[in-house]
Design a protein around this ligand. Structure first.
Ligand code: BTN
Length: 257
């Protein structure tokens, strides 16, 4: 059994005075706990849990969160970000998580627009960003970045067993979860300026596994095959279908390896 995340160690490793740091042994979803904190007036928080009973992914998917096997982390921040730049948040965070995994394990980590983390062609984690909008200022009220990373080897349930992997399996390294969490959080601290400058976009694109590949695009009302060619300054995925460029802002893309 790997050591549990230690609140004290985490506090010492994080470069920001968060109002609240919660390290739980079990919860429904760390994103839900972070939202509750915001509703109670908290403006910055870190919520970590050893397991989740209702871990959420994008598009109403569940995120398998077995006890002690992964990082289940939500970071609540109230940065000053225009709603126009909100779609860039997940991409920036993806780059930070990929860097943190690589730093501690040495495993080359890739991204799949918009929120998936991949190692050796399999999903090692994902990001679920939730935010609230201030309609009068057209800025965000709060951002909750929910990050799930499969860290230690385990048996996956049938519905993900062919697509999921973990850091230990791919790198042979049993990374220290507390250090990984701290690396991720410290990386996220540059969020406000990064989405403003869009500096991270070059690295976001470099790490993409889908660019210049044939992908299946699934939107709420249609599905089609196209070639993924770029991610633009607004965070949208640019695809070419039958010679015509299309911009994908919501939806899912998959690629066959
Ligand atoms: C995805 O794969 O679509 C995103 C997965 C995000 C999972 C993390 S685990 C911590 C946080 N709490 C949740 O309920 N979801 C995110």
């Amino acid at each position: 059994m790997q050591p549990k995340t230690s609140k004290l160690n985490l506090q010492n490793l994080i470069n920001y005075p968060f109002e609240k740091i919660l390290v739980l042994s079990k919860t429904t979803s760390t994103n839900a706990v972070a939202k509750e904190l915001f509703n109670n007036g908290v403006k910055s928080a870190v919520v970590v849990s050893e397991s989740q009973t209702a871990g959420k992914g994008r598009l109403n998917r569940t995120f398998f969160s077995p006890k002690g096997k992964g990082v289940y982390l939500s970071v609540l921040l109230c940065p000053s970000i225009s709603i126009l730049n909100a779609p860039l948040i997940t991409g920036f965070c993806g780059v930070q998580v990929a860097n943190a995994i690589e730093k501690l394990s040495g495993a080359k980590t890739f991204l799949k627009w918009v929120n998936d983390l991949f190692i050796n062609g399999k999903k090692v984690g994902g990001i679920l960003t939730e935010s609230g909008i201030n309609a009068s200022t057209k800025t965000l009220d709060y951002v909750i970045v929910g990050i799930g990373v499969n860290v230690y080897d385990c048996n996956y349930p049938e519905f993900i067993k062919d697509i999921a992997t973990n850091i230990e399996k791919e790198s042979g390294v049993k990374v220290d979860k507390t250090r990984l969490i701290a690396e991720i959080i410290n990386g996220l601290l540059g969020l406000e300026s990064a989405v403003e400058s869009k500096d991270f976009l070059a690295e976001y694109k470099e790490r993409q596994i889908i660019l210049n590949k044939q992908v299946k695009v699934v939107l709420s009302n249609e599905e089609f095959y196209a070639t993924a060619v770029d991610v633009d300054e607004s965070g949208a995925l640019i695809v070419i279908k039958d010679g015509v460029k299309r911009s994908v802002t919501v939806g899912d893309v998959s690629v066959r390896f």
